[in-house]
Design a protein around this ligand. Structure first.
Ligand code: MN3
Length: 380
């Protein structure tokens, strides 16, 4: 049985990955959470990992006391995440932490030759060239956990001899599909958190409402599948049943469908190449009756437009738009800015910075930090 460690185990992907682990009796080696130490304690008692890590160091003492009667090793901070990422008794690391924090553990896992089930978007968005080059050098596999990228990965199986014409990346369109900027001027946090098809964490749910999420996925797809931006077409598909598709040179389009439940792609990443029963609902196409497809509205959803421009220009731009968005979403969730300001701030950051290359982890951090400061200073 595969030995698995989970970074971000108390988040939405983490909880669903533990459902999969529970169902199939996976051997959990380590668990890490941001700050939910009570939930992490519960998980540690259920899965008996060798190590647990609480990222937020102020809860280290709480967790240590809570698990004092066990022989589980308690870690904290980035050091703890990287310690888990480099653990030699883990076969696959599920990285589902939120934000830029995920990049260093991913690079650490790759350097120690460990396969990764990747749910942390920022890893590829901010450091795509570094991560893919390191993975190739180390012969490490990156299994995408995101439903769209998992779908594409699945559509590529058995086709290593064939060239991709294009990738069809599907988007649900989020809660504001069909709206104009005028309609979105007074959107509240609660409106934006009300996603039609997927149940996810706050950051990604806001990103889905602005379509930033699809922009990040566009950038990820470019890196994961080694295609050009021109080879990726975004198609809005409201039902989230077709999770993405690949067109080959013969114009045959192969897609992957399923009930919209993240446990399917999580399980595929953790158990690849096995396909065994998943703890989810089955897809009934006749329950849906109709599946619809439309082009995205790049005018209303400028975060998506910015991401596409950023990856076309390359260099640090994807990292910059990602960092600007992360700060802007935080400000929106805290009630400090309006919904449409998220896109405006991302655009302002994109336009502010000159082109620069990313050749090291330090370059990523420098671009990321500069973009964050730029956004914070813009709203003062
Ligand atoms: Mn997705």
């Amino acid at each position: 049985m595969k030995r698995v460690s989970v970074l971000g185990s108390t988040g939405s992907i983490g909880l669903q990955s533990l459902d999969v682990a529970r169902k199939h009796g996976l051997d959990i080696q380590a668990l890490a959470a941001h700050s939910s130490w009570k939930k992490l304690e519960e998980q540690a008692r259920e899965f008996s990992p060798r190590m647990v890590c609480i990222y937020d160091e102020k809860h280290y003492g709480d967790l240590k006391n809570a698990l004092a009667d066990t022989d589980i090793e308690i870690l904290c901070g980035m050091d703890g995440l990287c310690r888990i990422a480099s653990d030699s008794d883990t076969d696959i690391l599920l990285n589902s932490v939120v934000g830029m924090v995920g990049l260093l553990p991913t690079l650490t896992a790759i350097e120690s030759g460990k396969d990764i089930a990747l749910a942390n978007k920022e890893t590829l968005v901010a450091g795509g060239n570094l991560v893919m080059a390191a993975a190739e050098r180390k012969g490490v596999k990156i299994y995408p956990v995101d439903s769209e990228h998992s779908a594409i990965y699945q559509c590529l199986q058995g086709n290593s001899m064939n060239r991709i014409n294009k990738i069809i990346l599907t988007a649900s369109g989020g809660p504001f599909f069909g709206k104009t900027k005028k309609d979105l001027a007074d959107v509240t946090v609660a409106d934006a958190l009300n996603h039609p098809n997927w149940s996810m964490g706050n950051k990604i749910t806001i990103d889905s409402s602005t379509l930033m999420n699809k922009g990040l996925e566009f950038i990820e797809a470019k890196w994961l599948f080694d295609v050009t931006p021109d080879q990726i077409e975004i198609v809005v598909h409201r039902q989230s049943v077709l999770h993405s598709a690949v067109e080959y040179e013969d114009y045959s389009v192969i897609g992957q469908m399923g009930f919209p439940d993240m446990r399917i792609p999580i399980q595929y990443a953790l158990l690849y190449p096995q396909r065994i029963e998943c703890p989810t609902k089955r897809l009934s196409l006749t329950d849906y009756g109709t599946l619809t497809f439309a082009s995205p509205d790049l005018e209303t959803f400028d975060c998506l437009a910015m991401c596409i421009e950023a990856i076309r220009k390359g260099g640090a731009y994807p990292c910059i738009v990602n960092a600007a968005n992360e700060v802007a979403v935080g400000l929106f969730l805290d009630g400090k800015i309006k919904f449409l300001q998220i896109g405006e701030l991302v655009r302002a950051a994109y336009e502010h910075f000159e082109y620069s290359e990313i050749t090291s982890y330090e370059d990523v951090i420098a671009a990321d930090t500069a973009a964050r400061e730029f956004v914070m200073n813009s709203v003062k």
